[in-house]
Write a protein that binds this ligand. Sequence first.
Ligand code: SF4
Length: 351
Amino acid sequence: MKHYIIPVFIPHYGCTHACVFCNQRKITGRMSPVSAQEVTGIINEHIGRITETRHIEVAFYGGSFTALDIKVQSELLAPAYSALQSSKINAIRISTRPDCINDTIVQNLIAFGVTTIELGVQSLDNKVLEASARGHSATDVDQAVHTIKKMGLRCGIQLMPGLPEEDWVSMIITARGVIRLAPDFVRIYPTIVIAHTKLAEMYYDGSYTALNISAGITRAAFFKIMFAQHNILVIRTGLQATEDLDSSDVVLAGPYHPAFGEMVDSYLFYLMLVHCVESLRLGESSSILIHHHSRDTSKLRGMSNSNIKKLRSIYNISNLTLKADGQKLDELMIEYQSICYIINKKMLFHI
Ligand code: SF4
C-alpha cells in the first residue's frame, strides 16, 4: 500500500542548540511554533484530502522533538494518538537529536503510539560534529540507537555530507559507523548554505567551502553504495524542494537541486556502465546492448542523455543500444559480442 505522510513541522521549538548549518524556519517554511490544536487541524485537513486507501503516518519533523518538555511532547502527540486509536491514521514518527533520547523519553513516545524515531546524526566523525556545533558526539548516537532498538522501535538516521572539516576519512568513519549501527533506514541530505546561519558567515569569510553539485553527488553516491552493500535502505537523497529553498536568497551555496536524488542514481548507473565497459576491454568501434528495467531508463541515460554521450565519446562505442526488457531494478546486463556482464551498485567497490 502506498504511504501518505502528514507532516507536522516543529521549527526550533525546544531546541537549545545552534548547529552552524541550521535555520529551521527557512528549511520548513514555518516561522512560529505549533500547538496541539493546530496538530489536530493539520491531521484532519490531510485526512479530508485523501481519496485512496493509504498507509497514513503523522510525522513530527523539523526540530528536536524530544528536547521539548515531556509534557509538551505529550500534548502535541495526543491528537495524533487519538487519530491512531480511531484508525484515521496508521502510524506516528518523530525526528530528534541523538542526545535527547533516554529510556523515559522513549517509553513516553511508545505510550503515544510512536513507532519510528529518526535521529539527526549528520556525521559520526567527532571533529565534524564539533566544527558544526552539534553539541553531541558519536557516542551519543551509539547510545540513542541502542536505546531505540532495545525498546523495539524503528530507527532512522539522517546524514549530512559536506559539513565543515569533513574529508574522505570522515566519510569512511561515518559509513562504517552507520553500517555497525544497522539502522532501519537512512536519509542523505547534503549540506547546503542557508542564509542567516553561522555557516553562511563561515562561507562568506572563507572558513568554509561548500561542496559543488558534482562533489555532493559523489559523496551521496558513496554512502548509497556502502549502505546497499549492507542492505541498509536509503529512503531519500537530497532535500525536498520547497518554494523557500528554490528562492535564490535562501540557498547561498552547496549541492542543492530539486532532482538531486535522481542525479545521484544516474551517477551510480554511469559508474556501473564504466565498470562493465572497462572489464569488457572493448575493441575499436564496438557495439554493445544494455539490458535494464524500464523504470531505470531515465537514470541510465542521465540528464540530457549525458551518461550515454560520455560513454560513447570516451570508449569509442559506435553502436550503443538500450533495451528495457525485464532486467531487475537497479541492475544492468551488458551484452558485447558473445559476453554478458551483469552489474548492480552492490558490486561497485568495497572499503
Ligand atoms: S539540533 Fe536540529 S533544530 Fe536544533 S539547531 Fe541543530 S539542526 Fe537545528
